[in-house]
Design a protein. Structure first.
Lengths: 127, 81
């Protein structure tokens, strides 16, 4: 594959997938704690999403960061726009903004945005 | 590999008036976390706020700095909470 083909494939994924996660590893087998956390958060929201593993070829990451202007992995895109990496997605999940951005109902066990993260989402607290 | 103090100084130098606190998450010097309070973040999206900080370390994140975790905020103006 040429660099251009890789870039086209990334661009296609960003524009065609409503919720697109670029990560290290896969949602089932993440290869980095930051990627694992974002995949877990998306799973908790119940949204349908597509994921691409950037590890198989170092050029995937180069091309992705070139397109997005964002240096780190993971990167979450919704409707073609970069939402953020692990820090931003975590903050948005805790405040309830993420469900809004994703267009899904906030998980029932989550409290309204004014409250600090209660006991929900225990999988995210393994650190 | 820049130290936490160097990272703090570089953020505060690049963003005038910003206050940064930088910690080393793992003790290995390559997974850093910075909490940055900067008035210039007001009105920017989170992505834009983080980009302002990432841009200071252009090319070093993913390299010498394996990971820089960020939390950005700004002081709410008088009268707002």
């Amino acid at each position: 594959m040429t660099d251009e083909q890789i870039r086209d494939e990334i661009q296609r994924a960003i524009s065609e997938e409503r919720v697109m996660l670029f990560m290290k590893g896969t949602p089932d087998m993440p290869r980095c704690g930051f990627s694992a956390r974002v995949a877990q958060i998306l799973n908790a929201t119940g949204v349908d999403y597509a994921a691409m593993d950037i590890l198989p070829d170092p050029r995937i990451r180069e091309q992705l960061s070139g397109l997005s202007g964002w240096p780190t992995i993971p990167q979450l895109f919704v409707k073609g726009e970069l939402v953020g990496g692990c820090d931003i997605v975590t903050e948005m999940f805790e405040s309830g903004e993420l469900s809004e951005t994703l267009g899904v109902e906030q998980p029932a066990r989550a409290e309204p945005a004014v409250q600090q993260t209660p006991a929900q989402a225990p999988p995210l607290q393994i650190e | 590999m820049p130290t936490t103090d160097e990272v703090k100084e570089r953020i505060e130098r690049a963003l005038p008036g910003a206050k940064a606190s930088v910690t080393d998450l793992t003790g290995g010097g390559d997974h850093l976390r910075a909490e940055v309070v900067y008035d210039g973040f007001a009105g920017l999206s989170r992505i834009e706020q983080h980009r302002l900080v990432y841009d200071i370390f252009n090319g070093e994140i993913g390299g010498a700095i394996h990971a820089l975790s960020l939390k950005t905020s700004f002081e709410a103006p008088e009268g707002e909470t």
